[in-house]
Write a protein that binds this ligand. Structure first.
Ligand code: PH2
Ligand code: MG
Ligand code: MG
Length: 149
């Protein structure tokens, strides 16, 4: 089994219900606090709810990614809006053990993880000692972003 972390986000519909349903379908044994966050990347849209989930998985990285997409579809996610735009649910594979992968369709750690407090803060809450491969300790990344803000 490998310990993986998934980022959860929603800014349409029943945001909290959708995030809780997604965490349940993931079989996550630990979910961070759910927080409301200002939209990043595409400003003119509702605020998000974000959280992170920790799971122990027997799935290979690509299988886990497929599983995330399947859960997204099952919870009503469509993919016809703008990049970084509004969505019912977004499940991002953030970390898969200490694996680093950069392949078409699969980048781990998630490519924008280190730039986003709405991802780093829930990760820190789940595991303050986490090291993000290629970037550094999660706490140091958070402090770096806060000092730029
Ligand atoms: N997801 C995005 C784009 N912008 N902003 C916030 N606050 N939270 C998100 O989850 C988010 C976002 C695309 O994945
Ligand atoms: Mg995302
Ligand atoms: Mg996504």
């Amino acid at each position: 089994m490998v310990r993986a972390y998934v980022g959860l986000g929603s800014n349409l519909g029943d945001r909290e219900g959708t995030i809780l349903a997604a965490a349940e379908r993931l079989g996550s044994h630990r979910l961070s606090r759910i927080r409301e966050t200002e939209p990043w990347g595409y400003p003119d849209q509702p605020w998000f709810l974000n959280a992170a989930a920790e799971l122990e998985t027997g799935l290979a990285p690509r299988e886990l990614l497929e599983h995330l997409l399947e859960i997204e579809r099952g919870l009503g996610r469509t993919r016809n809006g703008p990049r970084y735009g509004p969505r019912m649910v977004d499940l991002d594979l953030l970390l898969y053990g200490d694996l680093v992968v950069a392949e078409p369709g699969l980048t781990v750690p998630h490519p924008r993880l280190a730039e986003r407090l709405f991802v780093l803060e829930p990760l820190f809450e789940l595991n303050a000692g986490l090291f993000i491969p290629g970037h550094g300790p999660v706490g140091a990344l958070i402090r770096g972003l806060q000092s730029k803000a």
